[in-house]
Design a protein around this ligand. Structure first.
Ligand code: GLU
Length: 463
């Protein structure tokens, strides 16, 4: 019988959805698509103190935003507690696990007296204790060696004498993570476990459970850690890592997915920009690197800029709307939409984030009094140029980008001022900003009346 291909992404909902989690989800998804398997979402919500349902919602929303769609689930570990007890009991009945009455203090005290490494010494292994409130259930680690075959790291052998008889059920009867994960992976018939490197140390324990119950182990792959610019593991507290924040900042999901795919994997041939289909076609788990991957927001922004520029105008406009709608000046009237539509293709080529769009176009929708005061710091020479420009364009009937540019160029020649220098005070007067969309397009969209009024206003109110 050929083995089914079933992969799962199993986040713990204990905080904002982290880019590392998104990368793990994506790699699982890519392998799944490549092998034609089933992708499952499982919410590992066994830690009742730290789980919150809004984090679960956040994970599901972020996955859907990234278009990492799952075929089954979400399943919740909190609903499988009976199964964990059942399997724990099976292990006990088969003599593969035993009850232990030792308290933490007793364990530590014995370790101290032994003068050896801290940890459990197997004290209750042969005491034959029956289940009782407060007793933990421990797995009886057999002698020998446990082999973890990891696609990324190769085969790693663990000497079983270094693995203590680990806890399956706590004294209060709740299952520990290693048991819960094992049971769910078995029940969900998971063929590949692809997850963060931090889970590598518990993998031999999982393998011991598979072997004890004579179940075939899944393929394991532990993904390299993500580090910041100081080569320190990304942390929720120190670094910007929440997928939600990147979404709110105006990253595009396709740019993020493309960038995340390259954190630990490279398609070769210097290929960087890959669409989904190409990624599925080329992704190869065995080529994933074990070295830490630098999560570089600047680089991700570069990807975003590329994707924004490549997008067609209508799509760009659609994606900008939620960002415009965050501002009180945006009512979405016909006129506003038409103005935005005209300027959008120029803005598209100039922004790296969708939030930057707002600063590029707000001048069209704000009252002149709301424009940045910076525009009033005009020098005498600036004022002089503005007056000359005004007298040139006042007579233009057909106020278009072309006629404006023509007047502007001839003025430049007449007064012998570089065009760039000439542009700055005009832009400042019109938009209150130093950078923005092409000036004459901006003027055309503002219209003659508003443009001239703003220039006059800037001259009159400068200080
Ligand atoms: N729930 C674990 C986490 O969020 C993942 C466990 C696994 O994939 O096996 O880190």
């Amino acid at each position: 019988m050929t083995q089914e291909i079933r992969l799962r992404f199993a986040p713990s909902p204990t905080g904002y959805f982290h880019v590392g989690g998104a990368r793990t989800a994506l790699y699982n998804w890519l392998v799944c698509k490549r092998l034609g398997g089933t992708f499952i979402l499982r919410i590992d919500d066994t830690d009742e103190q730290r789980n919150r349902s809004e984090w679960t919602r956040g994970i599901i929303d972020a996955l859907s935003w990234l278009e990492i769609d799952f075929d089954e689930g979400p399943y919740f570990q909190s609903q499988h507690k009976d199964r964990y007890l059942e399997v724990a009991n099976e292990l006990y009945e088969k003599g593969l696990a035993y009850y232990c009455s030792c308290t933490r203090e007793e364990i530590d005290e014995r370790a101290r007296l032994r003068g050896g490494v801290p940890g459990y010494d197997g004290f209750c292994r042969h005491r034959g204790l029956a289940s009782e409130a407060g007793y933990a259930l421990r797995f009886m680690v057999p002698p020998g060696e446990t082999l973890v075959n990891d696609v990324v790291r190769g085969a790693v052998a663990f000497d079983n004498s270094t693995i203590e008889d680990f806890i399956l059920l706590k004294g209060n009867g709740t299952a520990l993570y290693v048991l819960a994960n094992f049971v769910d992976d078995v029940d969900l018939r998971i063929s590949h476990v692809i997850r963060a490197e931090e889970h590598l140390p518990t993998t031999p324990k999982a393998v011991l459970l598979y072997e004890a119950l004579k179940i075939q182990t899944p393929v394991f792959a532990h993904l390299p850690v993500l580090v910041n610019e100081k080569r320190v593991k990304l942390s929720k507290r120190r670094d910007r890592v929440a997928v939600e924040d990147f979404r709110d900042q105006g990253f595009l999901p396709e740019a993020m997915v493309n960038y995340l795919a390259l954190l630990g994997w490279s398609p070769g041939d210097d290929l960087e920009f890959l669409d989904r289909q190409k990624m599925v076609e080329l992704f190869d788990l065995s080529k994933v690197s074990k070295s830490p991957a630098f999560f570089d927001v600047v680089k991700m922004k570069h990807f975003n800029k590329h994707y924004i520029a490549a997008m067609d105008s209508d799509e760009f406009i659609k994606r900008c709307l939620p960002f415009l709608e965050r501002n009180s000046w945006w009512q979405g009237s016909e006129l506003q939409q038409a103005s935005f539509r005209t300027i959008a293709p120029y803005v598209k080529e100039r922004v790296a984030l969708l939030t930057e769009v707002v600063e590029m176009v707000d001048f069209l929708f704000l009252d002149p009094s709301q424009l940045d005061v910076e525009r009033y710091t005009l020098s005498d020479a600036d004022v002089d140029m503005l007056l000359k420009f005004l007298s040139k364009v006042e007579s233009i009937e057909n106020f278009t980008r072309d006629t404006l540019e023509e007047s502007f160029r001839s003025l430049g020649e007449e007064i012998g001022v570089a065009l760039r220098k000439l542009q700055a005070p005009i832009r400042l007067s019109l938009t209150g900003r130093k950078i923005g969309p092409p000036l004459f397009v901006a003027m055309e969209v503002l219209g003659k009346e508003r443009s001239l009024e703003r220039i006059r206003d800037a001259i009159a109110t400068r200080h």
